[in-house]
Design a protein around this ligand. Structure first.
Ligand code: CA
Length: 230
């Protein structure tokens, strides 16, 4: 069965080839570009289902490519997985804030890449909120209209900020959010939430979640996410 087309933008030929072979084995079609400029051209022409984007490219780099694609109406929603060198957290953060969906650090195994691609493609089509506004995430049930949270049937008393933080993360399990993205989403009208205070809020939230605290994961150097449920 045809699973859709993945575009690989990567200047290292070996990595391009390995990824193409592995993805084709999994049933995906692949197209590949060796530079950012070529990648943008190819993506505009072929409209792939997902883009694997190396950040370190000669000329137009991966962040420029990401920015350009996100401004293009026809491809702004196509998932982008950034490929970065280890230790490039600043670039990862910039990429996520520019609209990339996820990232993988080099060196990686093709198996990890494939499972990440599957997970990103799956996320796009899943919503866990029912018709009455109940968002169910593992043992946590968030009553969105009433701003109430239940954990394994017991009510949990959260502050307004903790509530917003939890609802935001659990609304998109598996997605990594930077502190700035969290600040933008939970910002209240009468209190200041800063990037630094996000960490304090997470500590408070985890305490109240008890055993379910493990569902709120720290992504070192980058931000936080609600663990992906499998
Ligand atoms: Ca590179």
């Amino acid at each position: 069965m045809q699973k859709g087309t993945i575009c690989i933008v990567e200047d290292e030929e070996d990595i391009r080839d390995i990824l193409s072979i592995q993805l084709q084995r999994e049933g995906y079609s692949t197209i590949a570009a060796a530079s950012g400029e070529e990648g943008v051209r190819l993506i505009r022409e072929k409209k792939p289902q997902l883009i694997l984007l190396d950040l370190m490219l000669p000329g137009m780099d991966g962040l420029d490519v990401c920015r350009t694609l996100r401004q293009d109406k026809e491809i702004k929603d196509t998932p982008i997985i950034m490929v970065t060198a280890r230790g490039e957290e600043a670039d990862i953060i910039t990429g996520l804030e520019m609209g990339a969906d996820d990232y993988i650090t080099k060196p990686f195994s093709p198996r990890v890449v494939i499972s990440r691609i599957k997970s990103v493609l799956r996320r796009g089509s899943r919503s866990s909120t029912d018709a009455t506004g109940l968002l169910t995430y593992g043992p946590i049930v968030i009553d969105l209209p009433r701003h109430l949270v239940h954990l394994s049937g017991e009510s949990v008393d959260l502050t307004a900020t903790e509530y917003k933080l939890l609802a935001f993360l659990c609304g998109r399990p598996g997605w990594v959010f930077t502190r700035q993205q969290i600040v933008d989403s939970v910002r209240g009208e009468d209190y200041a939430v800063t990037e630094r205070s996000v960490d304090v809020q997470v500590v408070g939230l985890r305490k109240k979640l008890g055993e379910a605290a493990e569902f709120i994961e720290t992504v070192r150097g980058v931000g936080y996410r609600a663990r992906e449920l499998t």
